[in-house]
Design a protein around this ligand. Structure first.
Ligand SMILES: [Zn+2]
Length: 413
């Protein structure tokens, strides 16, 4: 069993549900007097803030993230969702979209301390925070969490690699917070500059962390990389533990994984949109459709944390296609073919010659590489995507760098 930041991380399912159910009413009741959008949404569904519970939640429509910029323009700055007076904020941000994001006064408002603790950050560890402190909340999100744990923070922000390499060597930095790509840039730069440093752990966010990269960080640099999932609207949604096989939901996250077309929960293991209700009285977004496609992990986690786990954030909804009723995301296909070192890239072609969708994955080989066993590749794709498909092996250079990752040749007239 791993050490945890808070005992609630080991609650039983019944304890978590009871806490979330009661907390949902508290949040709605506290925020309703200040948040007209919350009041209107509840009233339209015939719900009283005092009567809101987990079971009643699904009577509310999903609030799509895509609609938030326009809603905020129509009713600035927070589209009627701010649950406290504006004067009671610590900070306010403007993220790309553009979307305004509020930050309340609570210590560790974004609730990332449990995530960083699970990633191995402990009091006294000097942390380099390379996320932006400028206009978007990412920098302060982790700054606040690191200070809640007791880690001195170097607020370096992104870029300025040479200076950051020097800081690594001279300030005793042992922890990194930022994107996986900047972590690699920094480590490569430190190595070529011959700088010795004590960086051992990293919490990465905002980009996919491929398993191949995680292994490379471990093998080449001795760095343990742990990832989390959150947004500027919601703060921490889920985070990995020391087992690193899925991200446990944060206590304040009520997650539904829904088919974006039907609005119904997907079957276990299938990708669906992450729809999150944040138990946050400052910004009580109810059934917030993130636009991210996720899959859930099955089974208990040996770390001792009991919250359900997001297996993977597969990608954005707009980039995926539905084949025989199931989502196929180009990033998921790329992740699967990356297990075969002979493969350079893949392209998915979807056709519908009759009444049934057919999918072919065109796989381009690296120059000089021998073809992998087509049945093994087909099997890996079928298992990973839960869909049968054909595999077409192509010589190096056939598709090229600019090839579309999904070609949908179906016509729906
Ligand atoms: Zn775990």
């Amino acid at each position: 069993m791993e050490e945890v930041w808070h005992p609630s991380e080991r609650w039983s399912e019944a304890e978590r549900r009871a806490w979330q159910d009661a907390r949902l009413r508290e949040v709605a009741a506290a925020a309703a007097p200040h948040a007209p959008a919350l009041r209107e949404r509840l009233a339209a569904a015939g719900l009283d803030p005092q009567a809101l519970g987990l079971d009643a939640l699904t009577r509310l429509p999903v609030l799509s993230k895509d609609t938030l910029p326009a809603a905020q323009r129509a009713s600035p700055p927070f589209a009627g969702w701010l649950g406290v007076p504006l004067a009671r904020l610590a900070r306010a941000y403007r993220s790309p979209g553009p979307i305004y994001d509020p930050e309340g006064l609570e210590p560790d408002y974004w609730r990332f301390a449990p995530a960083l603790f699970a990633a191995g950050f402990r009091a006294g560890d000097v942390a380099l925070n390379t996320l932006s402190y400028h206009l978007t909340p990412a920098g302060h999100m982790f700054d606040d969490a690191l200070r809640a744990i007791g880690c001195p923070v170097v607020p370096s922000g992104p870029g300025n690699t040479d200076a950051q390499v020097q800081i690594l060597g001279e300030l005793g930095v042992s922890g990194f917070v930022g994107t996986p790509s900047f972590l690699v840039t920094l480590l490569d730069a430190a190595r070529s500059a011959g700088v010795r440093h004590g960086l051992r752990r990293a919490f990465v966010i905002a980009e996919m962390l491929p398993e191949s990269l995680r292994r490379r960080l471990e093998a080449d640099f001795g760095i343990t990389a742990t990832q989390g999932y959150g947004t500027a609207d919601l703060g921490s949604v889920a985070y990995e533990c020391g087992v690193r096989a899925g991200m446990h939901l944060a206590r304040e996250t009520i997650l539904e994984v829904l088919d974006p077309h039907t609005g119904q929960p997907v079957a276990p293991g299938q990708p669906g949109e992450a729809v999150v209700t944040a138990l946050n009285p400052v910004y009580p977004l109810l059934r917030f459709g993130t636009g991210d496609l996720v899959t859930m992990a099955e089974g208990a986690c040996p770390c001792g944390r009991t919250a359900p786990r997001i297996a993977r954030v597969v990608g954005r909804i707009g980039e995926a296609v539905k084949v025989r009723g199931l989502f196929v995301h180009p990033a998921e296909v790329a992740r699967i073919v990356a297990q075969f070192p002979e493969v350079a890239r893949a392209q998915v072609v979807v056709r519908r010659p009759g009444e049934v969708d057919e999918m072919t994955v065109r796989v381009e080989l690296r120059p000089g590489a021998a073809a992998p066993e087509a049945p093994a590749l087909r099997e890996a794709l079928a298992t990973g995507l839960r869909l049968r498909c054909d595999v077409e092996l192509l010589a190096a250079g056939t598709l090229g760098d600019d090839a579309k990752r999904i070609v949908d040749e179906r016509r729906w007239d």
